[in-house]
Design a protein around this ligand. Structure first.
Ligand code: COA
Ligand code: MG
Length: 289
């Protein structure tokens, strides 16, 4: 998964449009983009959409963002959508591995009730949405086999901090959000799950989006969330390894395969050792998927 496009769960028109946006996944949102009065309607619309949407092949994976555990709405959300078999549930305002476990138990009950295979529904956690959440980032490792990715957010975090802005004048993240971003990257690698970069809200600025996505890829993120259909193709392009990347990685793997027992080789005048091999193998795995 390279791109995941947010769609407000109460908006039938956008849901229909999102299917053709080219995103690898859709995040059907029941949380922040849906007004409190519209939640019951959004649950019904989201469930109907999941039930009717094409699955498999080139169709996007279907993720549902439920409401946070603390608000008392998560059970109602899961009751509505689990019969329609989402591929994955996104947990906002996660505080750490314990939050994922709590959600996992709720999902397990609904999988059993709906005759779905145990563990078939995955989880992505939004891991930096409050100051407290920052201190739970080290607790995701081995918290649940359902956990497939960690992502982060700068909007709710800035609200929690009482900040005036979260980006600098040049568009880059201010210090506290850069820290949240970077720690998410470390937390995801430590937990052996995908690191997914946050949204770029200025959806008319596609050059800005491309630059931010490239920086994310450079640093080790494997995907980025989107809020507008126009963002999906750009994110996909940035996170697709180029033919040149693949050829380089194949050369590294081949060089080590040709010399078993050797720890370091030279390729085109550059030293290549174990970490390079590991990186090359990861890139090839991503290119294949
Ligand atoms: N998914 C599917 N379709 C979308 C979309 C989305 N996320 N965002 C916009 N569209 C559609 C619009 O409905 C419009 O369709 P139309 O041409 O058939 O009328 C078309 O794409 C162009 O949209 P545009 O006019 O450029 O934007 P907008 O002003 O309609 O919408 C937002 C702007 C921000 C309200 C909208 O992009 C949005 O709802 N994004 C998702 C918000 C969200 O889920 N946030 C939660 C996570 S941060
Ligand atoms: Mg939010």
């Amino acid at each position: 998964m390279r791109s995941a496009l947010f769609v407000p769960g109460d908006d039938e028109k956008k849901l229909a449009k999102a299917l053709g946006a080219g995103a690898d996944a859709l995040i059907v949102d029941l949380e922040d983009s849906v007004a409190i009065e519209a939640k019951p309607r959004a649950r019904r619309i989201a469930a109907a959409f999941l039930g009717a949407a094409p699955r498999g092949g080139d169709s996007p994976r279907l993720i549902v963002r439920v409401n946070p555990l603390a608000g008392g709405l998560t059970d109602l959300d899961l009751d509505a959508v689990m019969p329609a078999k989402p591929d994955c549930v996104m947990l906002p305002k996660s505080l750490g591995g314990a939050s994922v476990q709590q959600l996992s138990v709720k999902i397990a009950v609904r999988e059993a009730q709906n005759g779905l295979p145990d563990g078939s529904t995955r989880i992505i956690a939004l891991a930096t949405e409050s100051a407290g959440a920052m201190f739970g980032l080290q607790t995701y490792r081995r918290c649940s086999a359902r956990l497939e990715g960690l992502t982060w957010g700068g909007e709710d975090l800035s609200a929690d901090l009482g900040a005036e802005a979260n980006r600098l004048a040049d568009g880059t993240w201010a210090g506290p959000y850069a820290l949240a971003r970077n720690l998410t990257l470390f937390a995801a690698a430590a937990a052996d799950v995908a690191a997914i970069d946050t949204v770029f809200v200025n959806f008319r600025d596609l050059d800005g989006l491309r630059a931010e996505a490239r920086t994310a890829r450079r640093d080790g993120f494997v995907a980025k969330m989107a809020i507008h259909p126009a963002q999906a193709p750009i994110i996909n392009e940035v996170f697709t390894p180029t033919a040149e990347d693949v050829a380089k990685a194949e050369a590294i793997v081949a060089a080590f395969a040709a010399r078993p027992g050797v720890g370091v080789v030279a390729i085109d005048g550059e030293m290549v050792d174990r970490p390079h091999l590991k990186r090359a193998e990861r890139l090839l795995a991503r290119a294949k998927s």
